[in-house]
Design a protein around this ligand. Structure first.
Ligand code: NDP
Ligand code: MG
Length: 335
């Protein structure tokens, strides 16, 4: 069944006229959504801990950041835009007690609500409004008069009134300019995790890394391996983005296209498909969420160790050196 998509005419900003919107966290999403809503005429307050660059950023954007508790207390719509892995604890310690009946508890990713880390109290509806893009794009597109497509989902038992407020919020951040797709907390959370694990972050990174290692192990120069297996990926992905797989195949050589059809399926095999299904099951049953929550409770030791190891991979060292020579790519360095 095709998705229901809402546009500007389906949302009424005036519903937010007498409401206060509390944005908790002034990071990637927080800074973008808060400023867009303010520019749309909404009454926005910020909950942001002091002593960090994000606090100073909020001040430089003419906000007067409050504590998370205070912002929650004053907000009618309270949007938790904190990192997913800290939301559960902060919710229990600083947010839950400050919510009052009739408030709307919002988020831009369903993980914590779906997996029971953030449970809206009785009389408070949960509404997800999730832009399908990073905060800087949510802000820059809005400033250009456009908007990043977004998702909306309602928590169990949420009223029609809450949905209308959610749509108004989505309009305030520019989402309805690009289209707001109706989904559920389960669908948003599960497809998001699946996409990042199987393709976007896990799948692609591992593919690039193993391909690089294969060439280097066979005696090819690491610089060549870097260009062929990593650098050029962007050119291919840009073609996907603009015109799908067909446009990529139209643009590359026939030799490349023939290699794609005949060799691609030998890389992503029936075994890979089975593993994808297994990974999806672990997401659906909550096994992945449990893993990640427990890892964080322990201070994320395995996570941090793996991060260190991966940062020290030869691919990263070669890449860093080569990128520093390509002035046009706005090279970033992560320590
Ligand atoms: P960021 O990491 O960019 O920002 C996090 C904010 O939370 C910062 O203001 C940070 O302040 C604050 N914060 C972090 N840790 C704590 C803590 N322990 N106590 C109090 N405040 C803290 O987050 P994002 O904007 O990336 O993510 C927010 C939500 O949006 C998440 O649910 C995410 O899944 C979702 N989302 C993100 C997208 C993205 O592209 N980034 C896209 C769509 C959804 P400080 O500077 O003090 O650390
Ligand atoms: Mg995502």
């Amino acid at each position: 069944m095709p998705a229901t998509i809402y546009y500007d005419n389906d949302a009424d900003l005036s519903l937010l006229k007498d409401k206060t919107i509390a944005i908790l966290g002034y990071g990637s999403q927080g800074h973008a959504q808060a400023q867009n809503l303010r520019d749309s005429g909404c009454n926005v307050i910020i909950g942001q801990r002091p002593g960090s660059a994000n606090y100073d950023l909020a001040v430089s954007h003419r906000f007067e950041p409050l504590t998370i508790e205070e912002a929650t207390k004053r907000g009618d719509l309270v949007n938790i835009l904190l990192p997913d892995e800290v939301q559960g604890d902060i919710y229990r310690n600083q947010i839950r007690e400050q919510l009052s009946e009739g408030n709307i508890l919002m988020c831009s990713h369903g993980f914590n609500v779906h997996f029971g880390q953030v449970e809206a109290p009785a009389g408070v509806d949960a509404v997800l409004v999730a832009p399908k893009g990073p905060g800087h794009l949510v802000r820059s597109e809005f400033e250009k008069g456009g908007g990043v497509p977004s998702l909306i989902a309602l928590g169990a038992g949420a009223s029609d009134e809450s949905k209308k407020l959610g749509l108004a919020y989505a309009k305030g951040i520019g989402g309805t300019r690009g289209g707001v797709i109706e989904t559920t907390f389960a669908e948003e959370t599960e497809t998001d995790l699946f996409g990042e694990q199987v393709v976007l972050c896990g799948g692609v990174s591992e593919l690039v890394k193993v391909a690089f290692e294969t060439l280097v192990e066979a005696g090819y120069q690491p610089e060549m391996a870097y260009f062929e297996c990593m650098h050029e990926l962007k050119l291919i992905v840009d073609l996907f983005y603009q015109g799908g797989l067909s446009y990529m195949r139209y643009s590359v050589s026939n030799t490349a296209e023939y290699g794609d059809y005949t060799r691609g399926p030998r890389i992503v095999t029936e075994e890979t498909r089975q593993e994808m299904r297994k990974i999806l099951k672990e997401i659906q049953t909550g096994e992945f969420a449990r893993d990640w929550i427990l890892e964080n409770r322990a201070g994320a030791p395995a996570f941090k160790a793996t991060r260190r190891l991966n940062r020290d991979h030869e691919l990263e060292h070669v890449g860093k050196r080569l990128r520093s020579l390509m002035t046009w790519i706005d090279a970033k360095v992560v320590d």
